[in-house]
Design a protein around this ligand. Sequence first.
Ligand SMILES: *Cc1c(COP(=O)(O)O)cnc(C)c1O
Ligand code: SF4
Length: 326
Amino acid sequence: MQLPAWQTALAEAFNDPQSLFSYLQLSPESHPDGQLAQRQFSLKVPRYYADLMGKGDPDDPLLRQVLPCREEMIDTPGFIADPVGDLQAKQQAGLLHKYQGRVLILTTGACGVHCRYCFRRHYPYQNGTATPGQWQSILDTIRSQTSIREVILSGGDPLMINDQRLAKMVGELQALTQLKRLRLHSRLPVVLPQRITPELLELLSNSRLQSVMVLHANHPKELSPALAAACEKMRSAGITLLNQSVLLKGVNDDAETLIRLSEGLFEIGVMPYYLHLLDRVSGAGHFEVEPHRIEPLKQQLLHQLPGYLVPRMVREIAGEASKTPV
Ligand SMILES: *Cc1c(COP(=O)(O)O)cnc(C)c1O
Ligand code: SF4
């Protein structure tokens, strides 16, 4: 059986720093000592995403998001393995129910790209994601809790799952009569827009549930013509498009970049939703923006953007009933 083109592209993604360096015409000396970090959480970058990076630019903001580096091996006080309390919130394998009215399903541990700042980099996916056997009991749990109106497919990245399996999942979810909305949290449209297949669009637009796709773009350079085309198709299919970003030092920690990101998103039909402060996960300390710079940044966004393009700046605090506004 022939694989869909997006799966072939993922199979051919860069998975070691050396080949990415030579593709980007960078000398390995520009980023020494990334090997230990690479062993802990390997590099993974689709060629499409690498093509958005500047050739020969060791400080490219997209490269910085994905390249293993020695700073990851530094222990920063307060940075821990599970900063958002996912293990504590885990109600059953594969299901997170932290907030009222919505549940989050960990559909898979796989992603299309490995983001160095990710709070799930230490998550024990082996026993944390929904296997087909656990799927049935997740459906039972949702059915028994009638206050749940929305299911969020997350991971990992739910669009790593193929369209046939997704269609089956969506079919089973929409049979739960209390559900109104289906949300997908995915970075794949940004790192591999060809993942937005006709089959995916069809399965979402045919569903009784209202679909919401929450993209994850952090920098205006990620907003390519290919992504714009994918967003256009999703909007035509009736999917509401939102974006969440993470505030990252050396990537998007200046007002000018964040403003271009919000405006660029709106141009392709995506509403800025959240700007997350970094989850304090061990190995990501070098991405944290100094606390005293946060309020001025927020003020600049408020002053320079129309209100509807200002993302909600939030932090996730373990045990809280929602994301916490900053
Ligand atoms: C972030 C998150 C949600 C979604 O929160 P919204 O504010 O509705 O976007 C839901 N469940 C879990 C476990 C989350 O971490
Ligand atoms: S879960 Fe999202 S942020 Fe984390 S590595 Fe996967 S794509 Fe990146």
